[in-house]
Design a binder for this molecule. Structure first.
Ligand code: PMP
Length: 364
């Protein structure tokens, strides 16, 4: 049988594993921080209509500038964040993963470096590998928080071309304040990307409000995958200065965002009021699950996201299997003694808490 080893693969890709969470069919799926709620009927109808209308143009390539979608996104950001944003400030791509890839293609690459603060979203490191960017890992504290003095010092001393900060951070959900972000932007010799994939679940003000003050340095990445509950659409966007958006055009593939993606995303955005309601429910559930886990004797990292990192387990991999045995799929993010759970629907959270109680009270 021919295996990867037989291929003339780039040296730095040898012995690497593809990114992805183990997928097992369980009753309760809490491993990838998705929304637990499928689109309601009104949104399904809106998406259906939008796709049907778009289908009549399928013999043509999509709008390469995604003009209508970028205008809608600019309206959404201006309305919810209070930032003055127009379509020229918005870049769109297939999920915020692709947004981040474009950023690294344009501002990282061979001979350049990107700094992140681990543990953090592991795709950053992965994307540096694919784009030939040198990854500079700095560490968060034992409680997963980002020490701003240490982070600033690392940026000043090591001078990365790109700094990536997930805010809220995954896998723990902790946030840096807006002032903290600005301190790091001021210190950075290159650019700073703030990844706000989970920002709608956070009480912090968005860094989009700082873009105008730091036009050549700061960019903010967002997604419809989490709060909007639209992970299947694959729509991420960047809020940045128009010159940065021009830079993104240099590295994107022609017609990278399909007609259907653009149409479905516009329909999803038009229902953002409903999204705000589910976010409120999930935040209330996050509070309840945190309290109940704590009263079961677990330690839970304070989270501004739709997920919780908790422990401790004598053996996280074994604990992960015990949850699976009880029909609950969590994420083992490779942090000693810890597992991560998404906040699900109230029923799913009850199932997760019942499993947690059983696992806590049984001899490992
Ligand atoms: N950033 C963070 C911190 C994430 O956790 C995720 C999803 N797991 C993403 C970005 C990517 O999201 P998407 O590509 O679906 O927009």
């Amino acid at each position: 049988m021919t295996t990867l080893d037989a291929l003339p693969l780039r040296q730095e890709l040898r012995d690497r594993r593809a990114y992805g969470a183990p997928q097992i069919a369980t009753a309760v799926k809490l491993n990838t921080n998705e929304s637990p709620f499928p689109p309601p009927q009104a949104l399904l109808d809106a998406i259906g209509e939008s796709l049907r209308a778009a289908a009549s143009d399928l013999h043509r390539y999509p709008d390469p500038d995604a003009g209508a979608l970028r205008r809608d996104l600019a309206g959404y950001v201006s309305q919810t964040d209070g930032a003055e944003v127009s379509a020229q400030n918005i870049w769109v791509a297939n999920g915020s993963n692709e947004v981040m890839q474009h950023v690294l293609q344009a501002f990282g690459g061979p001979g350049r470096s990107a700094m992140g603060f681990e543990p953090t979203y592991s795709m950053y490191r992965h994307l540096t590998l694919g784009t030939g960017t040198r990854w500079m890992a700095e560490q968060r504290g034992d409680d997963f928080s980002l020490n701003l003095i240490d982070a600033r010092r690392a940026i000043v001393e090591r001078r990365p071309d790109v700094v990536v900060i997930a805010n809220p951070n995954s896998p723990d959900g902790g946030s840096v304040s807006l002032e903290g972000i600005e301190t790091l932007v001021t210190a950075a010799p290159g650019i700073v990307v703030v990844d706000e994939a989970y920002v709608e679940f956070s009480a912090q003000t968005s860094a989009t409000t700082l873009v105008e003050r730091h036009p050549t340095k700061l960019m903010v990445s967002r997604t419809l995958s989490k709060a909007f509950g639209m992970a299947g659409i694959r729509l991420g966007y960047l809020v940045a200065h128009p010159a940065v958006v021009e830079a993104m055009r240099l590295v994107r593939l022609p017609y990278h965002l399909s007609t259907f993606t653009q149409a479905a995303a516009r329909a999803a955005l038009s229902h953002h009021q409903r999204m705000a309601e589910t976010v409120r429910l999930l935040i209330a559930e996050r509070r309840r699950v945190t309290q109940e886990l704590t009263s079961l004797g677990f330690t839970v990292a304070p989270s501004d996201g739709n997920f919780l990192l908790f422990g401790s387990f004598p053996d996280a991999a074994a604990a992960w299997n015990r949850y699976v045995d009880r029909g609950v799929l969590l994420r083992d993010v490779g942090i000693d003694g810890h597992l991560r759970t998404a906040i699900g629907s109230p029923t799913e959270n009850d199932a997760f808490l019942a499993a947690s109680s059983a696992i806590r009270n049984s001899v490992p």
